[in-house]
Design a protein around this ligand. Structure first.
Ligand code: MN
Length: 496
């Protein structure tokens, strides 16, 4: 693997942020001095690690303070530097970022597990303070995973597992797709090496078999779109090894994975996405029922694109993904794309985006506010936020994200406390279902409420999967009991 030098980093930063070189240089010198004589497991100088982390971030066009913090990210933990030192030498923002990525290292932890839980909680909730902290941590983990072969096998497995359990879902939720895919593939490499190699071979063979006719399609479509004066770019994108592995695990054959290789068509605006879709269908007949409009109905992690599956001239199925250049940037980089799109205001835009669009972020905040104990928080976060999800629709067509195994009770309380407390009937795809029905992807769910109900029954507590629903049921019951004692007749409306 290529070692990142300081001049390589600076050359990269020069490309998009030449006026900030001075402070980045200062951060580099400061880190180098404080990590002097420290070595990595590879026997390289320690500074190669912060340099590599900073480089991953400069590739995303990170702002100056983020780059400085990346270079300095281990000086509190690994050298004798304090947060106050950094504030004095650099600025408050840099000091906060480095402090944010540093592990809590108090001697008060009774066990390793306790320390680990406290630090996972710190990592997961860091995006509340500043999403850039989480992004630095992801870049840090990426470099550690890329250099994991220097560690002993048991450490490799441990790190790879933790990466899959914690870092991959976090990368997913902020939409950092490139980071996520590389972390997944590296983890699979260490967790199931034979499988990794097998799947990689299969992908390469499929590529050899299909690349030629895919290129023919690319050339043809480039011409077709040019004739209509549509500004465009078309690339062939290959599914990452881990995603293919998962589909094979579910019993798919490699040839059945019709988006193994996909055509990525990028145009200037949304109007041209739909226009191009028509042109693609005019060239290649589409497969029925395989069209998805993630532009009108974006996925919950901000991904937007049109997906259609068409027959190639050789009668093979090929997926085409049509999106704008800006959507493509978000699809590859997620929140981190805002460094480039919004320059100085990126942090603010990232936070707004999380608050307004991320159901994960809302669920995370709720969990964080409800649970005090760190171990319980980590367990619940893994069960509810990081486990597989189901995506269902409201009758108005909004997508709701819930953990696998969620029931209409969870759905109702996700809509609001009143819907939950007053629910008398759950209708899924036009059919009444029981309250312990496990919601499936793409279910269309309608909750029928009535203000004169008994309110949530005690059995709902067992049938609900999410903490959020359970908390609201308990709150209702507590209030109900209090009012009964006072002899007040219960009104089931809830004002929160
Ligand atoms: Mn590090």
């Amino acid at each position: 693997m290529e070692v990142i030098t300081f001049s390589k980093l600076i050359a990269d930063v020069m490309k998009y942020n030449p006026s900030e070189i001075e402070m980045v240089t200062k951060a580099y010198r400061y880190a180098e001095k404080n990590h002097l004589h420290q070595k990595r497991a590879s026997d390289e100088d320690y500074i190669t690690h912060p340099l590599a982390v900073a480089y991953t971030l400069s590739e995303m066009h990170a702002d100056r303070n983020t780059l400085c913090a990346a270079l300095l990210h281990d000086v509190i933990e690994e050298a004798d530097v304090t947060k106050e030192d950094l504030q004095r030498e650099f600025n408050e923002d840099v000091a906060n970022l480095v402090d944010g990525v540093s592990k809590i290292d108090e001697i008060t932890f009774a066990s390793k597990r306790e320390k680990r839980d406290a630090n996972i909680r710190k990592l997961v909730t860091s995006m509340k303070e500043d999403p850039r902290i989480l992004i630095i941590k992801l870049a840090d983990r990426l470099h550690n995973m890329r250099t994991l072969h220097y560690k002993e096998e048991i450490k490799q497995k441990e790190k790879a597992l933790e990466t899959m359990e914690i870092y991959v879902p976090l990368a997913h939720y902020i939409g950092a797709f490139r980071l996520k895919c590389e972390l997944e593939d590296l983890s699979l490499f260490y967790l199931k090496n034979d499988t990794y190699r097998e799947v990689k071979n299969k992908i390469n063979l499929a590529k050899e078999k299909n690349e030629e006719h895919l290129y023919e399609m690319v050339i043809n479509l480039l011409q077709v779109l040019a004739k209509e004066n549509i500004e465009r770019d078309i690339k062939i994108r290959t599914k990452n090894i881990y995603s293919v592995y998962k589909e094979l695990e579910e019993g798919q054959g490699i040839d059945d994975i019709h988006d193994l290789l996909a055509l990525k068509i990028m145009v200037a605006d949304i109007k041209n996405c739909y226009h191009s879709l028509g042109l693609v269908h005019n060239e290649y007949p589409p497969l029925n029922h395989h069209f998805k409009d993630y532009i009108a109905l974006p996925k919950t992690n901000m991904y937007q694109s049109l997906h259609t599956t068409v027959f190639s001239p050789q009668e093979r199925l090929v997926q085409a993904q049509i999106r704008t250049f800006a959507m493509d940037k978000i699809a590859s980089f997620g929140l981190t794309a805002y460094w480039d799109i919004n320059k100085g205001a990126a942090k603010k835009v990232m936070q707004e985006d999380l608050r307004e669009k991320s159901q994960f972020f809302q669920a995370l905040n709720e969990l964080n506010a409800t649970i005090v104990d760190n171990r319980e928080f980590v367990d619940q976060a893994q069960a509810e936020l990081f486990a597989e999800n189901v995506y269902v629709y409201t009758s108005a067509g909004d997508i709701i994200q819930l953990p696998s195994g969620a029931t209409p009770i969870d759905f109702a309380y996700k809509i609001g406390a009143e819907e939950g407390n007053n629910m008398i009937l759950a209708i899924v795809n036009g059919q009444e279902v029981s309250f312990d029905y496990q919601l499936q992807n793409n279910d269309r769910v309608k909750i029928v409420t009535d203000k004169i109900t008994e309110g949530p029954s005690q059995t709902w507590l067992d049938q609900a999967k999410t903490t959020s629903a359970k908390v609201k049921i308990k709150e209702y019951n507590k209030r109900n009991l209090r009012l009964q004692r006072k002899g007040v007749k219960m009104d089931t409306t809830n004002d929160d």
